[in-house]
Each structure stands twice: as C-alpha cells, then as structure tokens.
Design a protein around this ligand. Structure first.
Ligand SMILES: Nc1ncnc2c1ncn2[C@@H]1O[C@H](COP(=O)(O)OP(=O)(O)OP(=O)(O)O)[C@@H](O)[C@H]1O
Length: 408
C-alpha cells in the first residue's frame, strides 16, 4: 500500500469549496461527484447487508485517518472471490458432509458422483465437482456461476433436478443435486442398453420433458441443451432434466443470439446466427423424441463439427410409426418457423398427447418404466450411428459474447 500520509489531497475539498464562483461545468462535476458518492454508499450498504463480515474498520496510519478492510476480507484469495457469491467459501454443508459412492458421469469441468449423507446413508445425492483451474482456463467462470444461480433460484418442478446447495473449496466447485431414486442412468445410456423405445414410453418421456421446458419458459429461462445425455431417469422411468450449463435468463417473448447447444440438436434458427427465443427448445425436444424411436438424427448432421455445416434437408417422416407421432415429428422438425410447432399450448393439444392429462402427469401419474421395453421399430439400417459419434455430444458454443456481457 502507498504511504497514506504523503497523499496531500485535503479532505472534502472537491465538495465544499468555491461555492460562489461555480461555472456550469464545475457544477455538473460536483453533481456527478455527489451522485457517485451516493451510488457508492448505497452499493456499500447492500454489500454490508448481504455480507456483514465485509465491514470496514477505521485505523490510524501515521497521524492520518484512513479506512482499511479487515484482514478477514483481504485474506479471501482471488480464485475464491471469483466464484462468489454463487459458490460460498464457508458453507455448513460441504464435501465432508458426504461419502462419495460411485461416479455417475463426467462433464466438461469435472465429475459427477453419487453420494450419501454422512449421517444418513439412505439419502442419496448427486454431487457435481468441478475443477476451478479448468473453468478459469476455459474462460467459463460466468457460465458456471450462471448455471448455479439459475438452478438455485428456480422453484421446484417434478422433472427438473433440484440444486440443494453449492459451495467451493480452494480447488473445486461443488453442487449438491437431486439424485433420482434408483436411477437407471441418463437417457442416452438407457437408449443404448435397450434400443429404441416404444411410442408409449416416448409419449410419457416427451410429455414430462415438455412440462419441464414449459415450466422453465414460464420462469423466464431458456434451456438450450435438450439432449439424451441431459435427462436422467429414476427407477419408475420418470425424467429429471439436468445440466443448466447453457441455460439463460430470458423474458418470455424476448430473444437472444448466442450460437450454442449440441450441434445435432440445434435448431436452424440458432445455427443461422439470427436471434431466437424459447421456442428453439421445442425443436431439440423433437430431435430427442425422433432419436428415441428411430435411432437416427432427423437431419443428416451426425458428422457436423461446425454450425455452418448443419444441413436441414432430406427430412423424411419416420416410417412405420403411428400417424400421430409422424405428424408430431413433421411439425416439431419443420424447418420453416411458419409450419413448426413452437409452443407448449400447441404441443399439449396435439393428438399424440391426447391420452395424457398433464395435471396427472405432473403428479407422476404415468410411468414410462412399464413401457420401456424394446419396440418393433426397425433400427437395423441405422445401427451404430449414435454409437459412433460420442464426441459430437459435446456442448457447442460458437460465440461467448453474451456470457461475458450478461448480468447475473
Ligand atoms: N442429478 C444427477 N443425477 C444423476 N446423474 C447425474 C446428475 N447430474 C449429472 N449426472 C450425470 O453426470 C453426467 C454429467 O453431468 P452434467 O452434464 O451435469 O455435467 P456438466 O459438467 O454440466 O457437463 P457438460 O459438459 O455436458 O455441460 C450426466 O450426463 C449424467 O450422467
């Protein structure tokens, strides 16, 4: 710190002198200074309210008064400050409160474990453990903070994984997530194990996911990463949407422009680089449902590695399925927005979902488990397409622009 006593600026000079001969420019400057002082004071007040330990302490240095932060605050290193307040440093719940049992999956920045509470081995959770160095080196600090804040602020929904708590250690970020009881893994693993699903199972899974997406949209969140890997199933076959890494706060009717998602699930609107709204999530849900039945992507994009290479041509209605399902796919996957099914209202009234009562669905009144048996659908011709392209399931983000400009 510089030598405070050598700073010769007399206190309050800017604000209290020369009242009589102020020109308009000087008056404006004074007003601006006053305004800045007030804004600073109110920010400080807010900060004090949410973090009382940040109180300032007055200390005397070489005969001059100055204020210094308590040691407690300056002791917080930058790599912890960076992730505050979404990931608190002194959390009552922390990694020592759990026993890690098995690995559930791997994400871009770390591993997700199944864990049980140390005092209650029956209670299972999923703990996402992310490496701070990885996050910083991939310039994804705002992304993980946004994911945590969106998930924690969301009201509960039966088909969206809850985030109970988040915290950080010196090296890692932790998120304590809802674990689906007796989980059978994510939809991709289930699909790989059992093959194509029956229409009856797809109806229930599709309706549960539609209910979750509609809930997100009504809460001003666009999800942007619907795919098999981001849906986990519990023992009764109920779905839980996980991974809010690309979700964003977006008011209903508003639009955004980041080209992000998973290429094979990306709608033409996102890929085009134009702005888009919540409705792009319905396209991705259509792709997911199409894959669950046919085992192939609806458009010839399994090899695409850049959004410019995505082709939205040569679509053909799935063969051998019910006319209702065929029509639903044609509508959800129509390239022209004028023909596309772009809202929950239309989706939930579609004949394919006629037998579903959505109020009963949200009470977990239907179970996909009974319907999960392999379907008669002939997938031989498509065998291996999804198996081969593990690396295409990575999240894709072309433009980080709005991650770095968004407010939390
Ligand atoms: N709440 C959960 N319950 C059960 N399994 C989970 C849960 N959360 C994550 N997983 C498993 O861990 C995997 C990785 O999780 P997730 O996709 O959230 O991580 P990520 O770091 O956000 O990954 P990505 O790189 O795809 O953004 C999932 O595919 C899933 O298999």
């Amino acid at each position: 710190m510089g030598n405070v006593s050598t700073r010769k600026r007399p206190p309050s000079r800017n604000y209290e002198c020369d009242d009589d001969d102020d020109g308009p420019a000087r008056k404006r400057l004074k007003l601006e200074n006053e305004y800045q002082k007030l804004a600073f004071k109110s920010r400080l007040e807010k900060l004090r309210k949410c973090r009382p330990h940040l109180k300032r302490q007055t200390v005397k240095v070489e005969g001059t008064h100055c204020t210094e932060r308590k040691n407690e605050t300056s002791a917080v290193p930058w790599f912890e400050l960076l992730f505050l307040p979404e990931f608190p440093t002194r959390s009552v719940i922390n990694e020592s409160s759990f026993v890690l049992e098995s690995q559930l999956g791997r994400g871009s920045f770390g591993v997700v474990y199944c864990a049980s509470a140390i005092h209650d081995s029956e209670r299972k959770f999923a703990i996402k453990m992310q490496d701070k160095r990885e996050i910083i080196s991939k310039r994804a600090v705002l992304q993980v903070k946004r994911e945590a804040s969106i998930q924690r602020l969301l009201p509960t929904h039966p088909f969206i994984a809850r985030t109970y708590s988040t915290w950080q250690s010196r090296t890692h970020l932790y998120s304590l997530l809802q674990y689906p009881n007796g989980s059978t893994g994510d939809l991709f693993s289930v699909w790989r194990l059992r093959g194509s699903l029956s229409e009856a199972a797809i109806r229930i899974i599709g309706a549960e996911l539609a209910s979750a997406l509609d809930f997100l949209h009504r809460n001003d969140v666009i999800y942007r990463d619907v795919k098999l890997e981001n849906v986990v199933l519990d023992q009764s076959g109920h779905t839980l949407l996980i991974d809010f890494g690309l979700a964003k706060k977006l008011r209903q009717g508003a639009s955004t422009g980041t080209i992000c998602g998973t290429l094979q699930y990306m709608s033409p609107d996102v890929a085009s680089g134009n702005t888009y709204g919540h409705y792009v999530d319905w396209w991705s849900l259509g792709v997911l449902m199409h894959i669950l039945l046919t085992g192939i992507y609806p458009y010839p994009n399994s090899e695409a590695t850049h959004h410019d290479n995505l082709k939205f041509i040569d679509y053909s209605t799935p063969l051998g399925c019910s006319p209702e399902f065929a029509n639903l796919m044609d509508r959800m996957l129509a390239v022209s927005p004028a023909h596309r099914l772009c809202s929950f209202t239309v989706l939930h009234a579609h004949p394919f979902f006629r037998s579903i009562n959505f109020a009963k669905l949200e009470q977990k009144g239907y179970s996909a488990e009974k319907e999960l048996g392999s379907t008669e659908y002939d997938t031989c011709q498509n065998e291996g397409e999804l198996e081969r392209d593990e690396h295409f399931k990575e999240n894709y983000e072309f433009d980080h622009f709005d991650y770095f400009n968004d407010q939390f």
